[in-house]
Design a protein around this ligand. Sequence first.
Ligand SMILES: NC(=O)c1ccc[n+]([C@@H]2O[C@H](COP(=O)([O-])OP(=O)(O)OC[C@H]3O[C@@H](n4cnc5c(N)ncnc54)[C@H](O)[C@@H]3O)[C@@H](O)[C@H]2O)c1
Length: 275
Amino acid sequence: MSYNLLKGKKGIIFGALDEKSIAWNVALRAKEEGAVFTLSNTPLALRFGNVKELSEQCDAEIIQADATSVSELEIVFSRSMEIMGGKIDFLLHSIGMSMNVRKSREYDDLDYNFYHKTMDISAMSFHKMIQVAKKMDAINDWGSIVALSYIASQRTLNRYNDMADAKAMLESIARSFGYIYGREKNVRINTISQSPTRTTAGSGVKGIDALIDFTERMSPLGNATAQECADFCMVLFSDLSRKVTMQNIFHDGGFSGMGMSLKAMTQYKKSLEDE
Ligand SMILES: NC(=O)c1ccc[n+]([C@@H]2O[C@H](COP(=O)([O-])OP(=O)(O)OC[C@H]3O[C@@H](n4cnc5c(N)ncnc54)[C@H](O)[C@@H]3O)[C@@H](O)[C@H]2O)c1
């Protein structure tokens, strides 16, 4: 259902790879809500994903870029403003990758080149994106910037590995830059801390099925889906959230507020009986 929340707004969506991607769902909802936008991802993702299909569906041009490259980000912003005929109103950073996770390097045996890459791709790219936008004055007053985070930034979850450190940095960037960009241009910056979700990045975390089952049992409202996350992004991009900034907002069905639930306790007791 459309509420025309983004009517007349222009955006850039980073990180749509396939139908499961959070960014893919955000693009579909943004289109429904009346926005125009461009899509960006790496050349590799464009080759192996289905982004072309999304671009046709949303009538959105694709601008390829590695989000760790400042010069490529500059091209994304200048091309986007050219294509859409003006400054941007919303920006989605939905990017994450860890070679340590992919290669099953445990947290007490990290490869430091991989670690550096994790931080650059999953966190520092957010700073680069915002700094490029600000220097180019590419975002309209009262614009909205959102990145996707995860609760492992604040609490330890088995096997989330160096991505936990990247998410902590990502959330800190939202606060530090949120202050400056808010003060100077009324631009707001927030992170959404989403439930575990079966996407390509999500499935890279070993034991994701057990984690999804656990958080489903623990959350009073159940896990939030990628589509529900996209709905929430519409609120954060819209004028309805103009005074929300520098926040990490949990979109997790209540998981972050729980210690133990009846459903999880029942399951845990069963496993004790099996012993
Ligand atoms: N899936 C989950 O359980 C979950 C939960 C909370 C937060 N998140 C976060 O949501 C965001 C989106 O992930 P997703 O779950 O939709 O998975 P996804 O695999 O669909 O998306 C990750 C995207 O990052 C892109 N990417 C990787 N390296 C890049 C680079 N150098 N430059 C530009 N783009 C690059 C990939 O091409 C891909 O499109 C990530 O930040 C992820 O950490 C995911």
